[in-house]
Unconditional design. Structure first.
Length: 174
């Protein structure tokens, strides 16, 4: 691995657009990692993965996909199903997904990893950073900054890719 290689936990295609552009502008060599067993139903996860593949093609980036295992995710967040959006359930979800990314980064020899989750105006970047810093190699990059969210919306429209209307899990569908 080169010093500027970074594994990027990518939640979906739309959030990846502006995040990829910023990473490239800052001299990183991103490899996208789709590990989102929180997404429900599985068909939704597949739609988001397909949108990510379209984005990766535009930027000529590699995508690594993890097997979908919603039951493991449900087991991990057990007891917090009724929590409000942005609360304890989301913290557990971030821990699960960033833990997966940290493990994959170690396995593949990456010394840096991050997540596109921070581009969303609906996600608490400080909470994501708090969780991420529990894992060696996590880079705290707030992709919301520098107009990231607006840029992701713009790029999604330009590319004509699918943009979801809820975070991902069945508890966020309302």
């Amino acid at each position: 691995m080169e010093a500027r290689d970074i594994l990027v936990h990518a939640c979906c295609g739309p959030c990846s657009t502006a995040s990829i552009e910023r990473l490239l502008d800052e001299g990183w060599n991103p490899v996208l990692y789709f590990s989102n067993s929180n997404i429900f139903p599985e068909e939704e996860a597949e739609r988001r993965y397909e949108a990510l593949l379209e984005v990766a093609k535009v930027y000529q980036l590699e995508v690594i996909a993890e097997l979908y295992d919603h039951e493991s995710w449900l087991s991990f967040i057990k007891g917090s199903e009724g929590e409000r959006e942005g609360g304890a359930r989301c913290e557990k979800c971030f821990t699960y997904n960033l833990g997966q990314a940290a493990g994959k980064a170690r396995e593949l020899g990456f010394t840096h990893f991050t997540t596109t989750l921070t581009v969303s105006r609906f996600k608490n970047s400080k909470l994501i950073f708090f969780v991420g810093q529990q894992f060696e190699g996590f880079e705290c990059i707030d992709f919301k900054k520098k107009g990231g969210f607006d840029r992701s919306v713009q790029r999604t429209r330009e590319l004509g890719i699918y943009r979801q209307h809820y975070c991902g899990c069945e508890f966020s569908m309302q």
